[in-house]
Design a protein around this ligand. Structure first.
Ligand code: 2AM
Ligand code: CA
Ligand code: CA
Ligand code: CA
Length: 267
């Protein structure tokens, strides 16, 4: 059983409230207004409404904290510990708009540049993933551990298809080919926060994706770490850039997966 801290309670409550609206909109996707931010980048009024609710709830509970939100950008708070919320109100918009029941709300709390609390909520499956630095990862009230598989040929890996151009796709297909050849399979579900949550839960043995944004991975990265997993840039360096090429896995398989990805890029 987990004893929820005040900050996790704030986060799960905000996620729950935004999720009720998302679920309602999910039942009526044909009535949503959708616009395009980029070539394959969509936003709907469901994203915007969920973001507004999250901003209201979180700033009501913690008036001094700043924000980094996918749809409305960054705003500074006046908190002495430089705390800010990193928010993706709807991760998996494309799934959502196609009636595919696999999307999430992703909330992270950053303190002096470090992620200290995380919530990823899948409203359709009613799965609330939470983590706090030093206190482990939970799914609803159950403690999570990454998988303990040691053999690549028994492991399943998730990935995401890059959005940026043909060159990226070619290199990505090489990577998939390499990983497929030695593993038990590759999955692509289109919701990075849940891919990371599933690594934390031991459902996937690892995950990699190029060019994610802070709101896609900040919460999920803490879920993975606090569940005993290892996460880095492809090439082994610690996650440092704003938009990393990210690879994570249980500690048995991380190096092998990372080396495979590196090798396929050099080839
Ligand atoms: P989103 O649904 O919040 O945009 C899947 O590979 C991940 O990439 C998802 O977390 C998704 O988040 C994000 N994503 C999807 N389409 C994108 C695009 N065109 N540009 C950048 N990120 C995208
Ligand atoms: Ca988006
Ligand atoms: Ca996202
Ligand atoms: Ca989003």
């Amino acid at each position: 059983m987990s004893l929820k801290s005040p900050v996790i309670t704030v986060m799960t409550k905000a996620a729950g409230k935004a999720a009720r609206h998302l679920k309602r909109d999910f039942g009526e996707v044909e009535n949503l207004q959708v616009s395009r931010k980029g070539p394959a980048d969509f936003v709907s009024n469901a994203d915007l409404k969920a973001e507004k609710i999250l901003r209201e709830e979180l700033s009501h509970a913690r008036p001094n904290f700043g924000f980094l939100m996918e749809e409305s950008g960054a705003s500074e708070g006046d908190d002495t510990l430089q705390r800010r919320w990193i928010v993706d109100p709807l991760d998996g918009t494309t799934n959502f708009l196609h009636g595919l029941p696999h999307f999430a709300i992703s909330l992270a709390l950053e303190e002096r540049g470090e992620i200290v609390a995380a919530v990823v909520y899948d409203p359709i499956k009613d799965e609330m993933f939470t983590a706090e630095k030093g206190n482990g990862t939970f799914l609803n009230d159950r403690r999570l551990r990454v998988s303990s598989r040691r053999r690549m040929d028994e492991a399943i890996f998730a990935t995401g298809i890059p959005f940026k151009g043909l060159e990226g796709h070619e290199r990505f297909l090489d990577e998939v080919r390499e990983v497929m050849a030695v593993s038990a399979g590759v999955r692509r579900w289109g919701t990075a926060s849940l891919d990371l949550a599933y690594v934390a839960a031991g459902r996937f043995d690892g995950f990699w994706e190029w060019g994610l944004q802070p709101w896609d991975y900040s919460a999920g990265a803490l879920l993975v770490r606090e569940a005993g997993g290892y996460i880095s840039e492809i090439g082994g360096r610690s996650l440092s850039s704003k938009s990393p090429n990210l690879v994570c896995a249980n500690t048995n398989l991380h190096r092998e997966l990372d080396e495979l990805l590196r090798k396929s890029r050099k080839a």
